[in-house]
Design a protein around this ligand. Structure first.
Ligand code: SME
Length: 349
């Protein structure tokens, strides 16, 4: 990692902190939404210790490695612990009309909270806003595109028409599959409960992808389980990470249904080209679905991953996910699902 860009020292009085740096996050310690926002921005703190400012805030310098060359200043608001930053916090509440963190400012303008940064980061809007504000250099973005593939750049900057291929491409940073598999093994080796294991597997895989590929690496990771419903066996939503999703899918429908029906991995480069794709999250552009097969070859369910960019997953990813699926199948007790049928529902894809 090269040296951190120097940030101008904030004056003791005068301009608000958020107007002094391109991107400012107001966060608190031990706040999971704040951690997620920092992950979304691939925030890397500088090695220098936090600085206590006269207004009671701690300033942590760092930068986002999401887009090379972008400075990010993160300021921790420790309102839980001390009263001395109360005035500053109330000023923030006035601007945002919210008492929650994180709150994010771009060039001195409030752009939203944790959910907003997730959304803006995922669909490329954040980069677009940063280009418009002149926060990231057009040439640097070009360099980024050359290194990692295309990112969604508005036509105003690249002089081209925006098409569906204008969606961002995942930076090709390798996920250390072996390490992640070890982590998953550790999570499930002393637990047999399917719900606990499937929950932890969703979280471990989701977080590994976001960590190594940034927020555009995936937007949904989770499970559908085979459940008896009258005369039919259908897929019913299980533990996942991501936005709320369709609850029931027939074996005849969607990418998940095809994986269950054919017992084969479905690697879909562009979901818009897949006839019958079920769009649970409009942000999804590509998808991979791994069938969960028992020793006898029965379909226990599917492991589904969505990505907001085209061709988000590779053959190597699919092999890794197959290993994850095997671990879950072999390490969990599946009898619970077989014991109870689900009631019929009108809402089924
Ligand atoms: N896209 C899937 C539906 C499930 S969501 O992606 C979570 C499909 O077409 O089967």
């Amino acid at each position: 990692m090269s040296s951190f860009p120097p940030l101008s020292s904030p004056p003791l009085v005068g301009a608000p902190l958020e107007s002094l740096h391109p991107l400012v996050l107001y966060t608190k310690q031990s706040c999971s939404a704040c951690t997620l926002a920092k992950q979304t921005l691939a925030f890397t703190p500088s090695p220098s210790p936090p600085v206590l400012l006269p207004n009671g805030l701690y300033r942590v310098e760092g930068r986002s490695t999401l887009f090379e060359g972008l400075e990010v200043c993160v300021i921790d608001l420790k309102v839980d612990e001390r009263e001395r930053d109360r005035i500053e916090f109330e000023r923030l509440v006035k601007i945002t009309s919210r008492r929650t963190v994180p709150q994010i400012f771009l060039s001195g303008t409030w752009i939203g909270g944790g959910d907003d940064i997730q959304r803006l980061g995922l669909d490329g809007t954040l980069l677009t806003k940063m280009l418009v504000e002149g926060v990231v250099d057009k040439e640097r973005v070009k360099g980024y595109i050359e290194e990692y593939g295309s990112v969604r750049v508005p036509p105003i900057f690249n002089g081209e028409k925006e098409g569906k291929d204008g969606n961002a491409t995942v930076p090709k940073k390798d996920i250390p599959y072996g390490e992640v598999l070890k982590e998953i093994e550790g999570l499930i080796e002393t637990e047999k409960d399917l719900i606990a294991n499937a929950s932890n597997v969703s979280s471990a895989v989701y977080n590994a992808i976001i960590k190594y590929r940034g927020a555009r690496g995936c937007n949904w990771v989770g499970f559908y389980f085979s459940r008896k419903c009258g005369e039919e066996v259908i897929l019913v939503l299980g533990p996942f990470m991501g936005k709320p999703a369709c609850r029931r899918i027939r074996f005849s429908e969607g990418v998940c249904g095809k994986a269950a029906r054919t017992k084969e991995v479905q690697l879909v480069k562009d979901v818009h080209d897949f006839p019958g794709h079920i769009a649970c999250d409009s942000a999804s552009n590509s998808e991979v679905v791994i069938p969960l097969l028992s020793e006898k070859g029965e379909v226990l369910g599917v492991f589904d991953l969505d990505c907001p960019v085209l061709e988000g997953y590779s053959e190597e990813d699919a092999s890794f996910l197959e290993s994850v699926a095997r671990m879950l199948v072999e390490g969990s007790d599946w009898s619970l699902l077989a014991e109870k049928e689900v009631e019929a529902s009108e809402v089924v894809h």
